[in-house]
Design a protein around this ligand. Structure first.
Ligand code: SF4
Ligand code: SF4
Length: 167
């Protein structure tokens, strides 16, 4: 059985300056702000953060990691917390985000590149809203932002993935 993900960053290095939260573009949608996540982790309240919507609202933009004066990679903390939450079977407070996440991973894992049309179709079907954003499709196709055919696989991607999954 695969070992549970560990949080690789050290929460005790955080001195609660809140620069991470001040720069986060989705902070207003989060139940617990990024600097509060670090605080909860430092006092052993991981259970609380694993249930918060914060880890699912995080867009992985790295702004917090870049702004942190202590070089704490908060983006990777969010990643690790998401993995832990899935491993522990905690129900996701924003199920559509998890559905999108799974559709993206599935689309990416096959080729190393995402076929957006297929990914969005899968997302729409799984969320029971098959025509969501359908009006945008013709415009995006015309501007070559959406492609009917899937992209070519990245060379060596599958063997690289096999190596990654071993660890
Ligand atoms: S990586 Fe996540 S937590 Fe950090 S600034 Fe971006 S959205 Fe906010
Ligand atoms: S920016 Fe860094 S040191 Fe400041 S609160 Fe966020 S994690 Fe802690």
């Amino acid at each position: 059985m695969k070992a549970e993900t560990e949080i690789k960053e050290n929460p005790y290095l955080c001195y609660q300056c809140a620069k991470c939260s001040a720069g986060c573009p989705v902070a207003e949608k989060m139940e617990i702000l990024p600097h509060q996540i670090m605080h909860y982790l430092s006092i052993g309240m991981e259970d609380r953060v694993l249930k918060a919507n914060t880890i699912w609202m995080c867009a992985g933009c790295f702004t917090c990691s870049v702004r942190c004066p202590n070089d704490i990679d908060i983006t990777s903390v969010m990643d690790d917390l998401r993995k832990k939450s899935i491993q522990q079977g905690i129900s996701c407070p924003v199920p559509d985000v998890l559905t999108f996440h799974n559709a993206f991973i599935k689309a990416f894992a096959g080729r190393g590149r995402v076929h957006e049309l297929r990914m969005m179709t899968e997302f729409n079907l799984r969320t029971g809203n098959p025509f969501h954003n359908i009006k945008l499709a013709p415009k995006m196709l015309l501007k070559k932002r959406l492609h009917v055919l899937p992209p070519k696989s990245l060379k060596g991607f599958k063997s690289w993935m096999k190596k990654i999954w071993k660890h």
